[in-house]
Design a protein. Structure first.
Lengths: 160, 915
């Protein structure tokens, strides 16, 4: 907590400098970035209870320290193929949306990156509409592109 | 100020609830000084606080009420029910103003002078004016224009000042330091609080202050300043009351936000889970040093969980507080004498559950007052005491709370409920007669069911018990009743102790575990394999034969949306059937495995799962895994669909056997022998017992003068002669204005059964033999007898042109029944059994009208409507029930209704002429 608080403070200090902090996650082969301030936890997936009859992007429910978290399958939500080995060994990004706990299932969680606004570009016009809905734009990194992932938009369709 | 106001409202509302209850107690026993004292103190506190906060309307009303109470207290007046009613009215007014205050933050405008006047008059010892309530009602909502706002309080102030002066006798008592009321003295002995001395002193201080600011000064600061000492005095006064015990318990309490408790609850649940995990780990190692401390942790955690649960618990009595007042008011309105007895008020249950049962309980008590208990005169006539009693009882029973609401009234009228249920189409007539009384009684829980003859202001709008049932089922409870006609009714409400923790059965379906709330489970049956209970399949619907009953089954996986296993697989695989009950319906749920019952902590589902509908929540088991909790209602809805399939199957079987589920009323009689004979009741106009000596012979027939005309009589049995002496029972038929009688030996019964006629055309006058009431009964062909009796019976109408009518009726019985009837009315009838045959008939000769049965196959009957061979011809629908769907047809006629049948045909034929 304190680490996060200090980080938030330092972020405030650096905000003027035109940078943002992102946690990078991998979904299929694509690199995505979720803004640090949106994230509550990052945890590895242990035990998932499927909910029969729920929409396909809802992978199930899980127990995170006594709280029931609804898990959203990012691959399904983004229209990417499901993993052949299922959900085993996946990571989850814990977020809070409208007072409820959700976990976004991703393949792996990378590092925390501070990215400069000058590297930011809006979504290319030919981007898949599924992705356009959940992304504000792209950061050009060295050798690869990082899609931003907007949590609210990712979940607003799921909970609509 | 806002915060202060909020606290005042909360506090005052609590006070008012207590005052209500206490006043009813006081009314019953006006000599009860203890109760009166506590009422007086509460009203006094309200008055004082209002003055402090600058709420003149509240203050004046409370003051006037207090004055009257003061008179009761010092013994100047003995309380009469009318006076108590006045005080109750003033309490109601205070509640109204408070509600407004809570909503808007300001005291509403209004004029209370009528109420205050009535209170003062009463305080002076005059009988309460009966017109007061009406006046008050009229005066209250009247909006006062802006400039009058200042004027209004002045008007109110005037009477208040005079009451202030009339307060003297009370002061006089207070001034005598040696005189203390007996009750206070007793209480003082019991509690021996040294503070006791303070009270009179404080009262002395307070008395003039109370009167003065109210009367003259209206500027807020002044009121506030002067009222301050009074406020303090009251506080002492109040604490004093608390210390004295009596009705007010003196526990030290604090107000805690419910949210804090909820968080605490969550944390404790989490702690329990962690402990369970730790225990699991330690259990696997032998001789661990953690064992001792963990044992302690375990015990402490369990205790902590208990305590936290307790913080959410409230005695059920707090939900009952309003009831004495409701019963009292209802008794007054209905002119009944009602005694409300409450037992087990201390039974504790979850605050949330408590809130949810308040309304259903209130509704039930009102019902009992209004419909349950009879008027005093009726009670006395029935040999009961004039005073009816309603008893509320609450107790714990195996993790649940049972609340009994019973009355010693008239009980439920089984006959009336049965009639109503049949009329409302809730049950078929024959089924209704096979049901037990208690099964019939349960129909009162069906939607829109009310047997109350009159709608009163108290209850009986037809939305009664089903709403109660729905509300109770919503919190996972059940409701049942027991009623004896003339002795009373007893309702049993079983509700969970808490909504946060429920007992549930953990079952497995398709490798996944689910929880089913225990409360909705009736029993568990092993099925399939070598089990004695077998799953059987009826037209793809599965049923279980359980103790001579067919139980509709649904596979849990089906409810969950997974396709069910092949029914044949049930033959070999073993399965369990969880017998559940919901909305009064029993059904079985097939599961693959049954694990255990567990106390589970219910957690709500996120919005993302809101549209699933199958689950009422989720829970975390001891091993940390999450499982979903099945909503019994969702399963029930699923079974409802399955039940239709079963019904369809039954119908299909019946059709195959040529049996009609429809019933016909038959009159059963004896004629020429023991074997019963029958004719359809609908054909009989009258049953007569005629004097046989009045029979005359003429034209070779037996005739009798009947209603001014000659009526021929034929014997039902050609070999049994018509009596010549004594009384001859006769069935009278009338056709086309002509009456004919059929002489029988004895009328036995009227039965209402499905007719299953074995056709037998070997004897004239006999339609066939049917089994009625378990006996082979000859069904007579009435038309045959009528043709014997009436020579012009088959004449194609004297003054009517012969019109051609086609009758489509698959059932030979009705075909044979209706054709002669139509012929006698002067029509040429072509009776056919299928729609296609009718259309062929129409090709040869266009009929004036077509009569068609719509019960057997409405779809093909509709073909008549669109076929151009019948263009311009009226098609009349025939049905056994008066509310069959006959859209598109010229009219709908009941088969048993002769007169409208003829009228409809005539109408239809007329239309044809017009066209």
């Amino acid at each position: 907590m304190t680490a996060l608080a200090t980080r938030q403070e330092s972020e405030l200090a650096l905000a003027k400098a035109g940078t943002k902090e992102f946690v990078t996650v991998h979904v299929a082969d694509q690199l995505f970035g979720v803004e640090v301030i949106d994230i509550q936890d990052v945890f590895s997936l242990k035990g998932l209870t499927p909910v029969p009859g729920a929409r396909p992007e809802i992978a199930g429910v899980l127990n995170l320290r006594g709280r029931i978290v609804t898990a959203i399958d990012a691959r399904c939500r983004l229209g990417l193929p499901t993993r052949p080995q299922g959900f085993a060994g996946m990571m989850a990004v814990g977020v809070e949306y409208q007072g409820e706990a959700y976990g976004i299932l991703v393949d792996s969680v990378g590092e925390v990156l501070r990215l400069s606004d000058s590297d930011f570009e809006p979504n290319p016009v030919n981007l898949n509409p599924n992705w356009k809905d959940v992304s504000q734009g792209v950061y050009r990194l060295e050798g690869r592109l990082l899609m931003t992932l907007n949590i609210d938009q990712l979940l607003c369709v799921a909970t609509a | 100020m806002d915060e202060l106001l909020g606290e005042f409202i909360t506090e005052t509302n609590e006070f008012l609830e207590t005052v209500d209850t206490q006043l009813v107690v006081f009314e019953a026993d006006p000599t009860d000084g203890n109760t009166l004292n506590s009422i007086f103190r509460l009203v006094h506190t309200i008055k004082g606080t209002c003055g402090f906060l600058g709420l003149p309307r509240l203050q004046f009303v409370a003051h006037a009420g207090e004055t009257l109470l003061g008179k009761f207290r010092d013994g100047t007046l003995v309380a009469t029910p009318d006076q108590v009613q006045l005080v109750l009215e003033s309490i109601d007014r205070i509640k109204e103003i408070l509600a407004e205050l809570e909503a808007t933050g300001a005291e509403p405008e209004g004029d209370d002078s009528a109420l205050i006047g009535a209170l003062e008059l009463a305080a002076e010892g005059h009988p309460a004016p009966s017109a007061a309530p009406a006046e008050v009602e009229a005066a209250a909502p009247e909006p006062t224009p802006e400039p009058e706002i200042v004027a209004a309080p002045v008007v109110e102030a005037a009477p208040a000042s005079s009451t202030g002066l009339r307060w003297d006798p009370d002061l006089g008592r207070e001034l005598r330091p040696g005189e203390v009321s007996l009750a206070e003295l007793e209480a003082a002995f019991m509690s021996a609080t040294p503070d006791d001395e303070v009270e009179p002193v404080a009262s002395v201080l307070l008395a003039p202050v109370a009167a003065a600011p109210v009367a003259v000064e209206l500027s807020a600061p002044a009121v506030e300043r002067r009222a301050a000492p009074e406020m303090r005095a009251i506080k002492e006064d109040d604490e004093d009351a608390a210390a004295k015990g009596g009705a007010v318990s003196s526990n030290q309490t604090i107000r805690v936000n419910v949210e804090v408790l909820e968080t605490l609850m969550t944390m404790v649940s989490e702690l329990v889970l962690t402990r369970n995990q730790l225990m699991q780990m330690v259990r696997n190692t032998t001789d661990s040093e953690f064992k001792g401390p963990l044992q302690r942790l375990s015990a402490v955690t369990a205790e902590l969980q208990d305590s936290v649960m307790k913080t959410r618990m409230q005695p059920i009595g707090s939900a009952w507080k309003k009831l004495p007042r409701i019963v009292r008011d209802a008794a007054r309105d209905l002119n009944k004498k009602i005694d409300l007895i409450m037992d087990g008020e201390a039974t504790e249950l979850d605050r949330q559950v408590l809130e949810l049962i308040k309304d259903p309980l209130t509704h039930m008590i009102r019902n009992s007052c209004d419909h349950g208990l009879e008027a005093p005169a009726t009670r006395v006539a029935a040999g009961k005491s004039e005073m009816g009693s309603i008893r509320l009882n609450a107790y714990h029973e195996g993790g649940h709370i049972v609340i009994e609401v019973s009355d010693d009234g008239a009980g439920l009228s089984t006959a009336r409920i049965r009639d109503k249920a049949i009329k409302n189409g809730l049950v078929s007539e024959e089924l209704a007669w096979t049901m037990s009384d208690s099964q019939i009684h349960r129909f009162i829980f069906a939607p829109g069911f009310s047997t109350a003859a009159a709608v009163t202001s108290i209850s009986g709008r037809g939305v009664g018990m089903d709403v109660v049932r729905t509300n109770i089922e919503l919190i996972g409870g059940t409701i049942d009743l027991q009623s004896t006609e003339g002795r009373g009714t007893k309702f049993f409400i079983k509700i969970p102790l808490t909504l946060a923790i429920v007992s549930a059965l953990v079952v497995g379906s398709r490798q996944q575990r689910f929880a089913i709330p225990q409360l909705s489970i009736v029993e568990l049956v092993g099925a399939g394999g070598a089990s004695e209970h077998k799953v059987e399949v009826l037209n793809s619907a599965r049923v279980l034969r359980l103790r001579d009953r067919l139980l509709p089954l649904v596979d849990l996986s089906e409810v969950l949306g997974v396709p069910p296993l092949d029914p044949i697989a049930y033959e070999t695989s073993s399965a369990f059937v969880v017998v559940m009950q919901h909305s009064g319906q029993l059904f079985g749920v097939v599961v693959d495995e049954v694990f255990d019952t567990e106390e589970i902590v219910v957690k709500p589902l996120s919005k993302a799962l809101g549209d699933v509908g199958t689950f009422s929540g989720a829970t975390i088991l001891g091993d940390g895994s999450v499982i979903m909790i099945i909503d019994p209602g969702a399963v029930y809805r699923r079974v409802g669909q399955a039940e239709e399939v079963v019904e369809e199957a039954v119908e299909a079987v019946q059709k195959k056997r040529g049996q009609r589920p429809e019933t016909t009323s038959m009159i059963v009689f004896q004629a020429g022998g023991e074997q019963p004979k029958a004719v359809p009741l609908s054909l009989v106009t009258r049953l007569e017992e005629l004097d046989a000596t009045s029979f005359e012979q003429g034209d070779g027939r037996t005739l009798v003068q009947y209603r001014g005309e000659l009526m021929p009589i034929v014997a039902a049995d050609p070999y049994a002669p018509i009596a010549t002496t004594g009384v001859q029972p006769v069935l009278v038929f009338t056709y086309n204005g002509l009456a004919a009688g059929m002489a029988v030996d004895k009328i036995v019964d009227i039965v209402d059964e499905a007719l299953d006629i074995e056709m037998a055309a070997d004897r004239a006058g006999l339609l066939g033999v049917a089994v009625l009431k378990g006996k082979a009964t000859e069904v007579l062909d009435v038309s045959h007898y009528l043709s014997l009796a009436l020579t012009n019976w088959d004449d194609p109408g004297v003054n009517k042109p012969a019109k051609h009518i086609v009758l489509v009726e698959r059932n030979p019985f009705f075909r044979n029944l209706l054709s002669p009837l139509l012929r006698s009315a002067g029509y040429e009838v072509e009776a056919v059994d299928t729609v296609s045959a009718a259309l062929v008939c129409a090709e040869y000769r266009k009929p004036s009208a077509v009569l068609t049965d719509i019960d057997v196959d409405v779809a093909s009957a509709r073909r008549l409507l669109s076929d151009d061979r019948l263009a311009g011809t009226s098609i009349v629908a025939l049905s056994g029930s008066p509310d069959a769907d006959a859209t598109g047809f010229a009219s709908l006629v009941r088969k048993s209704d002769r007169d409208s049948l003829i009228a409809a045909v005539e109408n239809a034929a007329k239309l044809e002429i017009a066209a």
